[in-house]
Design a protein. Sequence first.
Length: 273
Amino acid sequence: MEAIADRWALAPLTADVLSMVEKDLAALDPERLFAINLEIEVVVRGVLAAIPAVKEVRAELTRGLPAFNWSRFEKLEAYLWVLRAAQAAMRMPLLPDDLHAFNRDARRLRERLLTQSSALVSLGLLDPRRLLALTGRAGHEQVLEDLQVLRAELGECWQKLAFLPEPPTRDLALAARLEARLREALVARDRREVFVRAASVRRRLAFTLVMTSYEEVRLAVAHVRRSAGDADSIAPSLYPAGARARRGTGVSALPNAGQAAHTPFCEGEPGKS
């Protein structure tokens, strides 16, 4: 199993290589990014498997297409590294593990505070209009808001009844602690959402770079090896045969060799949004 895992391993990027990749990502037109319609690991493994085979015929490809630009092919593994890293970031759960637990405890405490509030209202010690801001909803923000309202109103009431032997203020102290924890967890959630949104954009950029770069190589291989008829064994399509045919992306026509590395895909090609 370890040998199989190593086969798909990607070496960490050096600062120089990462800097070049970042420039390539930034140069992409955000209006022409591919939609992700393949499993990321299928892409990574498929391209990694093809790279050695393409390298074996690179000299022949260079002779057949002397103007072909190999720069993006040489960075394919770096693109794959960025793609896989962005995919891993996308798997981060949006909600901190403890947020649900805090919400559950806060809702239980809210019920106890509501019971105390109802008793005070019935005794004429609390104006019910002061509780109109309560939402009673289960959302994290709504529970936090309700706790704040209840703690403020009950705290004021218990101060007026400070002559009682044991005013029930322990729940108010617990409410203050839960409010702080809920607020911190919500901040952490918001930060994660921003992080995951950024990772989603980065994943799509990297996917576009990988697919366009790999397709350029496939076109070159198909052109030079057309008489041998083995192009698909060297650089096979990453799409199932039927899906590839439906999208009309055969490799019979090769752009001018000098433009191959920069020719944009047309509308309707695989993954195009």
